[in-house]
Design a protein around this ligand. Structure first.
Ligand code: ADP
Length: 492
């Protein structure tokens, strides 16, 4: 079975968040389960070629957009010598001129062109795909194109759309999409691109209604998005496709996230080591970060509470701010690695940094830094994910694998992966701390339970630490479910 994965991110090539982790991890696992996957991305200027090897020749094709024909091409690579990757660019380096993955350019128009170019390439290449798996709004335009504009309907690949986050839908004014739509408008059902409530176009909505298969990234999120609160305006559209909507939890890419081989760590460790060795290796990581960020070494034996996150409202930034700025009361230190796009949030976390650094209890690092992220997962004891909503969440899974206990809000994929150490059921799956409400009291009382266990009951803490490190959160089972879905689509 040949599967084309179309997306805007892939870890080790072009990554902003979890979408990138998912694309690389899922594609790697599909390969090991005897499927032939190929990953297709725009050839951004920001592509990292460190892990890519060029193979094959450049394949040119005709790209038709807004009544104009131009040349476009795909180049073939292998990621880490195994995963087939195609990078697509339009004439005169349209994509290679974009130095960032998102923002700073006509993002929506560019991804619409990217999807149309994917369609043009699929129509002209000798390569045949059984399944085209599109991810999020950036690749969403491809789905209606394949459904309504493919010239030979009996040979059209089956499409599957994965919804990674309903907050981002690819909405734009009718005028900006009109030019792109004019060639295909008469072929698509009327109103396909119209947003249900705003007077604008909505790419994700069109793909939800056009794709053969529909998935999202956890079972709880699949239930949440068919409610008015979770659907972000598309709940009624999703309800129409309720019977096709499947929640499949994301896995972790074992090659990217494995403390036994992690080259970003100066001392590796893993679940097979003794608890003494694990503690010693985690202490090496902790000491190194304390020295780097001038945190008082007297706090080395206190719990290090950490977070690695995009600092956006979804991630519960107010709760995060509240916890880290009250660290003095909690007998702990705190380190946050966050990337912020909003000046108000940036200012808030600069202020949190001032509070932490003035009493040498921690640091807020406002950047995207893969190396520091790995070191932080290894160094920390407690990992905060206070999200207001969370489709799946990967950071809590990474934290578990690196021997930290997650403290999360009960929502989406967090609810499906973290079971409270005190109250959660089943007991055999307890692995972290879970709070319910978005007020300070809820997170404070849960944090207080967690830190009490850390300070007073080291044996129990270590027991849950070891359990978390041994948890199988690999792509093996989720990938089998995707393959099952691909087969259902092909043979039904
Ligand atoms: P989302 O995709 O919503 O941002 P996920 O939990 O699904 O959240 O995935 C987040 C991914 O991005 C993880 O691999 C995490 O380590 C990484 N990440 C988040 N923030 C940063 C940052 N500031 N620097 C480096 N990596 C980050």
């Amino acid at each position: 079975m040949r599967v084309l994965q179309v997306a805007s991110e892939a870890a080790h090539i072009a990554k902003v968040g979890g979408l990138g982790d998912v694309l690389t991890g899922l594609t790697r696992e599909l390969l090991s389960q005897d499927i032939c996957p190929v990953l297709l991305l725009p050839k951004y200027g920001a592509i990292s070629y460190d892990h890519l090897t060029r193979v094959g020749t450049k394949e040119s094709f005709e790209h038709h957009f807004q009544g104009i024909s131009s040349k476009a091409y795909v180049e073939q690579y292998l990621l880490q010598k195994t995963i087939p990757v195609l990078l697509l660019d339009l004439e005169e380096g349209f994509w290679s001129k974009q130095s960032a993955i998102y923002g700073g350019f006509d993002e929506l128009g560019s991804f619409v062109r990217f999807s149309k170019a994917c369609f043009d390439w699929l129509s002209q290449t000798n390569q045949r795909f059984d399944i085209v798996h599109v991810h999020d709004w950036q690749a969403a335009f491809l789905s209606p194109l394949l459904r309504y504009c493919w010239r030979a309907p009996h040979s059209v690949p089956k499409t599957i759309l994965t919804l990674h986050n309903m907050e981002y839908q690819g909405k734009c004014g009718i005028d900006s999409l009109q030019a792109a739509l004019y060639e295909i408008d008469t072929l698509c059902p009327e109103g396909l691109f119209e947003d249900p409530s705003d007077r604008c176009c909505n790419l994700l909505k069109a793909a939800i209604l056009s794709s053969d298969g529909l998935t999202t990234v956890s079972e709880t999120y699949a239930r949440e998005i068919i409610t008015p609160e979770g659907g972000k305006g598309l709940d009624q559209v999703l309800l129409k496709r309720k019977n096709s909507l499947v929640g499949i939890i994301n896995g972790l890419d074992a090659e990217s996230w494995d403390p036994t081989t992690d080259s970003f760590l100066s001392k590796q460790y893993g679940a097979h080591d003794s608890i003494e060795n694990i503690r010693a290796a985690k202490m090496v990581a902790k000491r190194s970060l304390f020295e780097q960020f001038n945190i008082d070494l007297r706090y080395l034996d206190l719990p290090l509470v950490a977070s690695v996150t995009r600092l956006v409202s979804q991630k519960g930034v107010d709760l995060l701010y509240h916890v880290i700025t009250s660290m003095k009361e909690w007998q702990g230190a705190s380190l946050v690695l966050g990337i912020s796009y909003d000046p108000m949030i940036t200012e808030k976390f600069c202020h949190a940094d001032q509070i932490l650094t003035s009493n040498r209890r921690g640091k807020v690092v406002l950047q995207s830094n893969e190396s520091l992220a790995h070191q932080l997962y290894a160094a920390c004891d407690l990992f905060l994910v206070p999200s207001l909503f969370e489709p799946c969440g990967l950071t809590q899974l990474i934290a578990l694998r690196y021997g930290a206990l997650p403290l999360v809000r009960r929502t989406g994929g967090l609810a499906d992966t973290i079971v409270d150490c005190h109250f959660g059921s089943p007991e055999s799956e307890r692995n972290g701390f879970v709070f319910e409400h978005t007020d300070h009291h809820s997170i404070d009382s849960t944090l207080s339970r967690a830190l009490l266990m850390y300070h007073k009951d080291q044996k129990t803490w270590e027991y849950f630490m070891m359990r978390g490190m041994k948890l199988d959160s690999s792509w093996r089972l989720p990938c089998k479910r995707y393959i099952g879905l691909y087969r259902d689509l092909l043979f039904k």
